[in-house]
Design a protein around this ligand. Structure first.
Ligand code: PRT
Ligand code: ZN
Length: 283
């Protein structure tokens, strides 16, 4: 049995639950429950505040957790990280009032900076040789300059609209974060085996999300060019069409290369290009 801690309600909750579901694990979830048990995998899910997750996993109260790297590193628990999960991407950035002059991080020397991340920020400033007064506050960090509490802030940024709306300008990226899977260091051999199974499923889901299945028609004469553009997992599937001199080619492509590739395929003579989502890829 494995106990997995995820955020009860917040930005990580829905994506964490969805990832578990996409791994084919079924469970009953209700917003009032603090824990639930999967029906088809030896997994218990605990719903917690995100800030409590690193400590619970470090102490073995939970075996696994899903948490933002920002929270993990701030808690001094980065050694628990198993792998990045690719969602809840954000950055921890320094920002100053829009009208203030700023030429570089040295300008923060001796300044008051408000943040909820004193450990990550402290390490960053030490690395830059800057000494500042850190004011640790747990929320609404972005209003600190306007109420005279600080001359700069260091907070999580995603789209940047919160900074903009508070008259602030992002000046340095201190740390880049995403949701990560973490594990306690003393798993039993049976639990380590379950974790390996779970990671295999998570990786299959992630690989599939990054890939698309592509089907196209091409004249036989263009087949060599098309094959060069579509290496596939092993090699593309090629089947003859009913019309002589034409083939259908099927392969897997990376989502981020897709538009570029489509133009190249059309240039060598491909037609009728279909693109389909993939549910899982077991490499
Ligand atoms: O209640 P609990 O303690 O569990 O949750 P929480 O309120 O502490 O955390 P929550 O749910 O807000 O965030 C959980 C995790 O999501 C964070 O630790 C990050 O890893 C990640 N994440 C991703 C974010 C954001 N994007 C984000 N935009 N966390 C916070 N924000 C906030 C930020 O603090 C700022 O107020 O959103 C605002 C900035 O957003 P933009 O889009 O305006 O730049
Ligand atoms: Zn929190």
């Amino acid at each position: 049995m494995l106990r997995l801690a995820i955020q009860k309600s917040g930005r990580l909750s829905e994506d964490s639950l969805q990832l578990i579901r996409e791994c084919g694990i079924h469970f009953l979830s209700s917003s009032h429950k603090l824990k639930t048990e999967a029906t088809n995998f030896p997994l218990e899910i605990l719903f917690l505040r995100d800030d409590d997750i690193p400590g619970y996993v470090r102490d073995g109260v939970a075996d696994l957790g899903i948490v933002g790297q920002n929270v993990l590193v701030e808690a001094g628990c980065s050694q628990l990280e198993v792998e990045g999960l690719g969602f809840s991407k954000c950055r921890l950035s320094l920002a100053v009032p829009r009208g203030d002059a700023y030429a570089g991080v040295a300008d923060l020397q001796g300044k008051a900076i408000a943040t909820s991340y004193p450990n990550i920020l402290g390490a960053y400033l030490a690395g830059e040789g800057v000494q500042a007064q850190l004011h640790t506050i747990s929320g609404s960090v972005e209003i600190a300059p306007s109420i005279g509490l600080a001359e700069a802030i260091c907070d999580i940024v995603s789209s940047g609209s919160t900074l903009l709306g508070n008259g602030l300008r992002e000046v340095e990226t201190v740390f880049r974060s995403e949701a990560v899977l973490i594990a306690q260091p003393h798993l039993t051999p049976e639990q380590a085996d379950l974790l390996a199974q779970l990671r295999l499923r998570m990786q299959a889901v992630r690989r599939a999300k990054r890939s698309k299945y592509i089907v196209l028609n091409a004249p036989l004469a263009a087949l060599e060019d098309v094959k060069k553009l579509l290496p596939g997992i092993k090699s593309p599937t090629v089947t003859p069409l009913a019309e002589a001199g034409w083939v259908s080619v099927q392969s897997v492509v990376q989502e981020d290369e897709f538009w570029h590739l489509t133009a190249q395929l059309q240039a060598v003579g491909a037609e009728g290009i279909l693109v389909l989502p993939i549910e899982k890829i077991i490499a």
